[in-house]
Write a protein that binds this ligand. Structure first.
Ligand code: FES
Ligand code: FES
Length: 171
């Protein structure tokens, strides 16, 4: 439960705990602080990108209790005490996640702006459905807009990850 504090400037702020990538962070936020901004500006986790800030592009996608959400539509106080995964938490012990490797190997990254959100949406899909169809992959990333790649390589990279083929030649 967020603790309300009236700061020296007379503005009410809330002391909340964000569990991000396995670490608990106590932060003081305004009631209208957006999760994207708190992650980027207070926790320095700038892998979560800002695009439309309207819930349209998916570049700000994080996992909230394992489910992909547009963090620009989530108040930080709504995430109090919940589990958040950002792109910084996907690689483990310095090793890229299989989806990340596959995205690189399938040339599914151009400017890279959509990539963190794509990876998190794909990761959530493969966690709940390890053997998705192409249609299911397309649906899972339908909220993540890519202005560069045309999606073909991204979809192929996710399908290949599910099938254990991390490089295009790995059939
Ligand atoms: S920045 Fe959140 S959906 Fe576009
Ligand atoms: S790689 Fe540029 S927006 Fe997707």
């Amino acid at each position: 439960m967020a603790q309300a504090i009236t700061d020296k400037d007379g503005v009410k702020r809330y002391l909340i705990t964000l569990n991000v990538n396995g670490d608990a962070h106590t932060v003081l936020v305004k009631g209208n602080a957006i999760l994207t901004n708190v992650l980027r500006e207070q926790l320095d986790l700038t892998g979560t990108k800002k695009g439309c800030e309207l819930g349209d592009c998916g570049s700000c996608t994080v996992l909230l209790d394992g489910k992909p959400v547009d963090s620009c539509l989530v108040l930080a106080i709504e995430a109090d005490g919940r589990e958040i995964t950002t792109i910084e938490g996907v690689a483990e012990n310095g090793r890229l996640d299989a989806i990340q490797e596959s995205m690189i190997n399938h040339a599914a990254v151009q400017c890279g702006y959509c990539t963190p959100g794509m990876v998190l949406s794909a990761k959530a899909l493969l966690t709940r459905n390890p053997n998705p169809s192409e249609q299911e992959v397309r649906e899972a990333i339908s909220g993540n807009l890519c202005r560069c790649t045309g999606y073909v390589h991204i979809v192929e990279a996710v399908l290949a990850t599910a099938q254990g083929r991390l490089t295009p030649d790995d059939h």
